[in-house]
Write a protein that binds this ligand. Structure first.
Ligand code: NAD
Ligand code: GLY
Length: 350
């Protein structure tokens, strides 16, 4: 078991990762008042574990599984049920699930009585390496992702790889999307990933890489908790294009779109002479070792329109975080027309 202390400006978090952290650290929450948020798939798989750990009479909200639940409607249902259950200011919200549960439960914890304790127990690979750490909480609105939200640090994150054993292959691939992103930001992670390119889905390897990704994110969040000085933006590599394709096409998982977005944005960085040589080739090959095929997108122009809403843009231009060299990235800003032209040149359909 490993521990990372994230000293953020608002609250501090302790992030515990490794086999056994759930059974060691979760039971203490039954000593106080707590409210669990989970989703239908996770509840079906782990209800016995929840009952054994927290007792049969738990206050719990079970959301329908999937991104469609990340809305203000479900947010207010959670808040209403917390009130109906008599939750007080010193209660703890336990987010037990993937990134969807973590984001909406985190926002509910931030809002309820102006903020109650929050514990993240991430059960997907994506949530363990990324979304449970760093305090970004949100719901989607009018088809725009994460448009209502706040920064709210969990007091504790329990990232236990035991939960990955039941994850479908597609969700492992989804988490690998964010892991490859960390590889493009951190030379040490890149080396580990390229050495183990044929072994990326092995649970023992993943346990080690989860710790490294969290450690990278914790350093970034410590220095730029509220995404203000440009450092935290780097964690959004591949996301501008990935989110735009996700919003327009919406057939794959978040992490798969991150990878596809990275593929397009790496092409753009190469075309503009920002990322070159052997490193660019190795990064492309790492991306393609996870997402074997890049689909052909006929409507890139329409999909790119969604990139206009990305929170990184602070003017008319589309902001992209692109890879530059081993462990280095940079931000570029493109006019919509140029962006669409470059996306079309890249084309996909691989
Ligand atoms: P998700 O929460 O929808 O989970 C994916 C699927 O896996 C769901 O069907 C879920 O029911 C199922 N599942 C969860 N745990 C399981 C388990 N242990 N075994 C079997 N099935 C399980 O999606 P996700 O990929 O975890 O998260 C995506 C969300 O995270 C998006 O909404 C994205 O915007 C958000 N996100 C947030 C941040 C952040 O910093 N807050 C970062 C990245 C992504
Ligand atoms: N996942 C991006 C961030 O936490 O900033």
């Amino acid at each position: 078991m490993q521990e990372i202390h994230l000293t953020a400006q608002s609250h501090n978090s302790v992030i515990r990762c490794g086999q056994g952290v759930f059974e060691t650290y979760a039971p203490k929450y039954k000593e106080g008042q707590f409210f669990i948020v989970t989703d239908s798939n996770v509840f079906a798989l782990y209800r016995h574990l929840l009952w054994e750990t927290f007792g049969i009479n738990i206050n719990i909200k079970i959301l329908p599984a999937g991104e469609k639940s990340k809305t203000h409607k479900y947010l207010f249902e959670i808040l209403k049920e917390m009130l109906n259950c008599g939750m007080r200011r010193n209660c703890t919200v336990i987010a037990f699930g993937g990134g969807v549960v973590g984001d909406i439960a985190g926002l509910a914890a931030a809002l309820y009585m102006r903020g109650v304790n929050l514990v993240q127990i991430p059960t997907t690979l994506l949530a363990q390496v990324d979304s449970s750490v760093g305090g970004k909480t949100a719901v989607d609105m009018c088809g725009v992702k994460n448009v209502i939200g706040t920064f709210y640090q969990p007091q504790e994150v329990l990232a236990d790889p035991r939960f990955l054993e039941t994850l479908p292959e597609k969700e492992i691939r989804c988490g690998l999307g964010e892991i490859v992103k960390y590889g493009a930001l951190d030379g040490g992670i890149f080396a580990k990933l390229t050495e183990n390119k044929n072994n990326l889905k092995d649970l023992r390897f993943l346990s080690e890489i989860i710790y490294r990704c969290i450690a990278h994110k914790a350093k970034v969040v410590k220095d730029d908790e509220r995404d203000l000085n440009g450092l935290r933006k780097t964690l959004n590599m591949g996301h501008s294009t990935g989110h735009a394709l996700e919003l327009y096409y919406g057939k794959k998982s978040h992490g798969e779109y991150v990878l596809i977005g990275m593929y397009f944005e790496l092409f753009i960085a190469r075309k503009l002479g920002i990322c070159t040589g052997q490193y660019a080739e190795e990064l492309k090959s790492l991306i393609l070792s996870v997402i074997k095929k890049i689909p052909y997108y006929a409507d890139l122009e329409k999909a790119a329109d969604y990139a206009k809403f990305d929170k990184k843009n602070n003017d008319e231009k589309i902001s992209l975080i692109v890879p530059k060299a081993l462990g280095e990235s940079t931000e570029i800003k493109l006019g919509l027309e140029e962006y669409v032209k470059l996306l079309k040149e890249c084309g996909g359909g691989l």
